[in-house]
Write a protein that binds this ligand. Structure first.
Ligand SMILES: [Zn+2]
Length: 452
């Protein structure tokens, strides 16, 4: 049993001082505000629950910055995807693990303490399964073990190249499974994840364009009570193709053809009509927003104001990992809505409410739901995942309470992060991962080879 004393902490009931925390087996055994310092290790600063990152493809961190040169005509998500397909063509299992570890390290330094990895790179460069079909899922699990990242592993089912059962392209051959091989992959991923403390394995049909209605039904049946994540309505062309195929928009089709409930996380859900906004909110599912990536890819702007008014749940993900920052994702979400509505503080619910605290708490709840783990609050029975801000940071030192979160999200960003605990263990100290040099060096070697 480890016993800490937090100077300041955001608890489910609000701000508290001198919070005693007892931790056993990585979980919070007791929380005691106004505790005495005796027999406790003091943690200076401002402790927040660590934010869950509900959507990422860690390998894409390696191509960050490689698709920012203007092409011959109309750059878009689809031209970016061509660069991505070329990049992943040469990745070896060692590369996948080195990039994943580096990315998870940056996530921990950036304020995320748990990750849902939407993992679709399964086979070798020729599209043949490795001897262990879950080889690359195992590499993701190994990177989580190496860095201390909390893990929800989502092996992705990808079977089709487009709506209506179109054949996959050559660029997609490392992703492809049928329902039978996918079942084996999930079994292998469960074995690999069992080596990571408290890890969860979920199900992830890639998108409506990558499945048929029949195969979607079959893979969803494998989820049990675990999480189900799907990319949906990210692109206008995807909405148009879905309309052409089915006569319905993607979210409307999904709500009609699958029993979408609180296990589900709808990634992006950018392009929604008013009925779809209400439909997702009423389903209890989480909208998985990736505001920095969606801005980078030019996807569009989520219907944030109407969705939150309808009581919809959301969390945030770093997706392409073009920039990794828990604070930055929430800031970009709010700023996208300010630009759209030409107003300020649009996502806070009522007069006098802090936009930062409101966004942070909602993303904690939605993120924890989407990851299917006991995280997202400093509370008994949860994992001891904490992000401790530096109380002496120039943007935080002269303020208190909710202003700390406003200043963290909108001003200081990850420069305010001092210590990060996962399962009660400090994995980031003074803003740097405890194993940074080795992880960075391995990443640099892999990237030098890949980009040679
Ligand atoms: Zn994605």
């Amino acid at each position: 049993m480890r016993r800490f004393l937090l100077d300041h902490a955001l608890l489910p009931g609000g701000w508290a001082r001198n919070v005693g925390l007892a931790i056993e087996g990585g979980m919070i055994a007791a929380v005691e505000p106004d505790a005495s310092a005796e027999g406790r290790e003091r943690i200076a600063g401002i402790a927040l629950p660590g934010l869950p990152n509900l959507h990422s493809h860690t390998f894409q961190r390696g191509m960050a910055g490689l698709a920012e040169t203007r092409g011959p005509q109309g750059d878009s998500f689809w031209t970016w995807r061509q660069v991505m397909y070329r990049f992943l063509g040469s990745l070896t299992p060692d590369d996948v693990e080195a990039i994943a570890a580096f990315t998870m390290m940056e996530m921990l330094e950036g304020g995320f303490t748990a990750l849902a990895e939407f993992h679709y790179l399964h086979h070798d460069a020729e599209g043949r399964p490795y001897g262990d079909i879950a080889e690359l899922s195992g590499r993701i699990a190994a990177a989580a073990q190496d860095t201390g990242m909390g893990l929800t592993l989502l092996p992705v089912f990808y079977a089709q190249g487009g709506f209506g059962g179109a054949a996959p392209s050559e660029g997609q051959r490392r992703f492809i499974n049928d329902v039978g091989s996918y079942a084996r992959l999930v079994e292998g991923a469960r074995k690999a994840a069992a080596k990571v403390d408290d890890a969860v394995v979920g199900i992830a049909p890639h998108s409506l364009r990558a499945v048929t209605p029949e195969s979607l039904r079959d893979v969803v049946a494998m989820a049990g009570r675990g999480p189900i994540h799907i990319h949906i309505a990210e692109q206008v062309k995807e909405v148009e193709d879905c309309l052409a195929w089915s006569g319905q928009r993607p979210v409307a089709w999904l709500l009609d053809h699958a029993s979408v409930d609180q296990r589900w996380c709808l990634i992006h859900a950018t392009h929604l009509d008013a009925q779809e906004v209400k439909g997702i909110a009423a389903s209890g599912a989480v909208a998985g927003l990736c505001p920095i990536t969606e801005a980078n890819l030019g996807d569009g702007i989520f219907e944030g104001v109407s969705y939150l008014s309808a009581g919809g749940h959301f969390g945030v993900g770093s997706d392409s990992n073009i920039e990794i920052s828990a604070a930055g994702e929430l800031k970009q979400f709010e700023y996208s809505q300010r630009l759209k509505h030409r107003a300020r503080n649009v996502l806070a619910e009522r007069e006098g409410q802090s936009t930062g605290r409101s966004l942070y708490e909602k993303a904690l709840t939605g993120g924890a739901q989407a990851l299917g783990r006991r995280i997202g609050a400093i509370a008994e029975g949860n994992r001891a995942d904490l992000v401790v801000l530096d109380g002496d940071h120039p943007d935080l030192a002269a303020v208190s309470g909710d202003r700390w979160i406003d200043s963290y999200l909108f001003v200081a960003g990850k420069s305010a992060i001092d210590t990060v605990f996962v399962a009660g263990r400090a994995v980031v100290m003074s803003g740097r991962h405890v194993n940074r040099e080795a992880i960075r060096a391995r990443y640099a070697r892999a990237m030098a080879r890949i980009l040679a």
